[in-house]
Write a protein that binds this ligand. Structure first.
Ligand SMILES: [Cu+2]
Length: 316
């Protein structure tokens, strides 16, 4: 698999360009605002050793490790759920990028008839362009979210994530904040709980087991997305920071913040770019082709892209 285009479990095709629809700032009802705030955890500031000394993919620019400093902030303990996003849509009337463009990328094995959706990006035949796929129809027009209220919302573009944040008076975490949160107070570990992928035989996050993309053993208990609290939280009380769904963060994609003395405080990421950073990996990540389920892993996509394995969480 050619890794030069970034994460290979990630389609590089995009929806048509265009910023998101405008939404009113902090116009959420007290009930919605309360629901968003209730999930927040206090993350102490401090020094973060960001990145990894041993990169898996050079194109990810996640090495060398460098020290940055962060002020205290608040981060949602879970990814935004279908239930919460539905409430946002009801109150704001917002339409997502996928809804406005009329299609999104669905993982082929989740389609009842993949042959009915032959269009796919050049190197990732498992991502099918499906008309009518969107956050409320994650597997295409005949699917729904009725039994998935506590699953992370997916088919969310970066613009959509920002619209939710703006409406609820929150924001997307910076990439450094996301990584500090994901590490959960541990130093130099690969996962939010330590260094073993499956400690004592216990699956701790939702990634791919089996031979990608045809054999999905779901030994972690989940074929597709899992409920946002499916696994125990990390030391900061945050669930599913790795696996399950990729999470948009605020930063443009580029090398990690420069190493400086004293360390950069609250690094904002590159001043501009064409692609936004996503963190955490997804239920489709596997060592054989896209080993990006570590706390330091990163990939990127254009801000108008949406797929069935991209969601987000918010910060304050
Ligand atoms: Cu991946």
């Amino acid at each position: 698999m050619d890794q030069s285009e970034g994460c290979s479990c990630q389609p590089n095709g995009t929806n048509a360009p265009g910023a998101g629809e405008p939404v009113a700032t902090a116009a959420a009802s007290p009930g919605l605002r309360e629901a968003v705030l209730a999930g927040m955890r206090d993350i102490p500031g401090g020094f973060l050793e960001m990145g990894t000394p041993r990169p898996r993919y050079d194109v990810d620019f996640d090495s060398p490790r460098r020290r940055v400093r962060l002020k205290p902030f608040r981060l949602s303990s879970v990814a935004v759920t279908n239930r919460l996003f539905a409430q946002f849509v009801t109150e704001s009337g917002y339409r997502t990028t996928a809804e406005r463009e009329g299609w999104s990328f669905v993982f082929s094995a989740f389609l009842p008839d993949p042959a009915a959706h032959p269009r796919h990006p050049p190197h990732t035949p498992w991502w099918r362009m499906v008309r009518g796929a969107d956050w409320a129809h994650p597997k295409g027009p005949n699917s729904g979210i009725e039994e998935r209220g506590d699953h992370p919302v997916v088919h969310i573009s970066w613009h959509d994530a920002c619209a939710f944040a703006r409406f609820t008076g929150t924001r997307l975490p910076s990439e450094a904040e996301w990584e500090l949160g994901a590490r959960g107070g541990l130093k130099g570990m690969k996962f939010p709980w330590g260094n073993a992928l499956v400690p004592e035989g216990q699956h701790r996050h939702n990634v791919w087991q089996g031979r990608f993309p045809d054999e999905n053993l779901a030994e972690d208990g989940h074929v597709g997305t899992a409920p946002v609290t499916a696994y125990p939280p990390n030391g900061y009380g945050l669930h599913n920071m790795t696996g399950n769904v990729w999470e948009w963060v605020a930063d443009w994609f580029g090398p990690l913040p420069p190493a400086r003395h004293p360390p950069v405080v609250n690094p904002p990421g590159p001043p501009g770019g064409t692609r936004k950073v996503m963190r955490g990996g997804s239920h489709l990540c596997h060592a054989s082709y896209c080993e990006r389920y570590f706390v330091h892993s990163r990939t990127h996509n254009t801000p108008d892209s949406s797929t069935g394995h991209i969601g987000f969480r918010v910060a304050l």
